[in-house]
Ligand binder design. Structure first.
Ligand code: DWN
Ligand code: SAH
Ligand code: ZN
Length: 409
């Protein structure tokens, strides 16, 4: 095999690289100053399968390195996401979970932000969450959760113990699982005859359109489209029966999958497939052009940060996101240009950003005195953050956004 190729995890076809971010650290391991020797690096490169169009990473990071007891991301850390997941739970409860004694399984339930609403409704549920710390947090709320990776064997055990699931739901998790074949076989073993497998993940169409290239990092093994999800589902005896575009995390799609023949696909499926074909989302040329824009945005960002630094301005970062690892390490932003990144997550504060080792300070320490500029690495939470940090801009501070391109607001 050529060095810039791999074998498709779904269909065995040839995956050809379209962008290489080089050597990158684990995005969600924020070392304390005495842990910097423990960092793990890999080559972050992304390609598309010639045969089934699935966009995927070329190198896989072992799952136990990423999803550990101390996994730092807490889904409840954003007000908007709390509302999003409460709305999601309510709509499932009113629809697919409104039958007699329904059972809901969530893959990647994290701190229980979605399942807590299901629990409050008294509906049978089970979270499957390998990261022990966040699983523990949800258990403390009274949520049923199994500390495990969802895969075929786990699903069979759950089916044996609890019976079939009416809904298997996952948010920002299925794209994290390279062994998607095992996930589909597990869904086959666990899902009720007329049940649905519903999952939402960052959408390649939005990533390309909005240039949100930093959605590419170790945990995001797949970047889905309706076409690639439909093709994958069919391989395992399922059908894509609905799609819904979601505004969260910079643009996602919620896919609804049912057993083949169980449900008739909605018109929205055909519409999104047509839109993708029109936009050339399955064409290499589209992705190669996206790669050119990634390089340009990162070159521009580092040049502007150097210029601001040389002119004596004080620039920090805001949001120690997993995404930030990609942009910071690819553009080579270091503590000399950006002495701190501020974040509200207690577990991240006092630690360092992966790779760059920029120290993380709490959001409360943003000021006063405030910096001149703050680069927003949590651009997906801009509306919420600009309200929270109103004093920063009231006192003359400016936000720097780098997607879709560099701009000061
Ligand atoms: O897919 C994933 C998504 C759902 O969450 C995971 N692989 C990992 C993680 O990705 P991320 O770290 O890029 O997610 P967020 O939601 O963009 O992270 C926001 C960060 O910003 C958190 O560390 C909390 C912080 N924050 C803050 O400092 N002030 C957030 C808000 C809303 C704030 O006001
Ligand atoms: N659903 C939450 C969490 C997303 S972060 C949200 O949307 O905010 C991704 C989560 O997937 C992490 O909590 C991680 O531990 C979990 N995860 C990773 N691999 C998994 C697997 N094979 N089965 C179940 N959960 C998994
Ligand atoms: Zn393939």
């Amino acid at each position: 095999m050529e060095p810039h190729e791999s074998t498709c995890r779904i269909c065995g076809g040839r995956v050809r690289e379209f962008f290489d971010f080089g050597r990158q650290p684990l995005s969600d391991f924020f070392p304390s100053p005495d842990q910097v020797d423990e960092e793990f690096f890999f080559r972050l490169a992304v390609g598309m399968c010639d045969a089934c169009t699935m966009v995927q990473l070329l190198e896989e990071v072992p799952r136990d390195r990423m999803f550990r007891h101390d996994y730092p991301y807490h889904s409840s850390g954003s007000q908007r996401m709390r509302e999003h997941f409460a709305d999601t739970a309510r709509s499932l409860l009113a629809g697919e979970l409104s039958g007699e004694d329904p059972f809901c399984v969530e893959i990647g339930s994290n701190d229980g932000v979605m399942l807590d609403v299901v629990r409050q409704a008294g509906v049978r549920h089970l979270g499957v969450e390998p990261s022990g710390g966040v699983a523990e947090l949800s258990r403390a709320k009274g949520i049923q959760v199994r500390t495990a990776f969802f895969e075929e064997a786990t699903a069979r055990e759950i089916a044996d113990e609890h019976g079939p699931a009416d809904v298997i739901y996952a948010a920002n998790t299925i794209c994290h699982i390279p062994y998607l074949d095992s996930v589909f076989r597990g869904v086959d073993a666990l899902l009720a005859k007329n049940g649905v497998f519903v999952f939402e993940d960052p959408y390649l169409g939005d990533i390309v359109a909005r240039n949100t290239f930093d959605q590419i990092y170790d945990e995001h093994f797949y970047l889905f489209t309706a076409r690639s999800v439909q093709t994958a589902a069919r391989r395992f005896g399922f059908e894509l029966v609905d799609v819904e575009r979601l505004p969260v995390h910079g643009g996602e799609v919620r896919y609804t999958i049912a057993r083949s023949g169980a449900r008739r696909p909605t018109a929205r499926v055909g519409e999104l497939l047509a839109e993708e074909a029109l936009g050339g989302l399955g064409d290499r040329g589209t992705l190669e052009k996206f790669g050119i824009r990634i390089r340009r945005v990162c070159d521009d960002l580092i040049a502007r940060l150097r210029e601001l630094h040389d002119r004596g301005f004080y620039v920090v970062g805001y949001g120690a996101t997993a995404k930030s690892a990609t942009v910071i390490n690819y553009a080579r932003i270091g503590p000399e240009l950006m002495p701190f990144v501020h974040d509200t997550t207690p577990a991240k504060v006092g630690c360092l950003l992966p790779g760059s080792h920029i120290p993380i300070r709490s959001a409360d320490e943003l000021g006063p005195p405030y910096p001149d500029y703050a680069v927003l690495f949590a651009w997906n939470h801009f509306e919420e953050i600009r309200v929270r940090e109103k004093e920063f801009t009231d006192r003359g501070g400016r936000w720097i956004l780098y997607v879709p391109e560099f701009r000061v607001v």
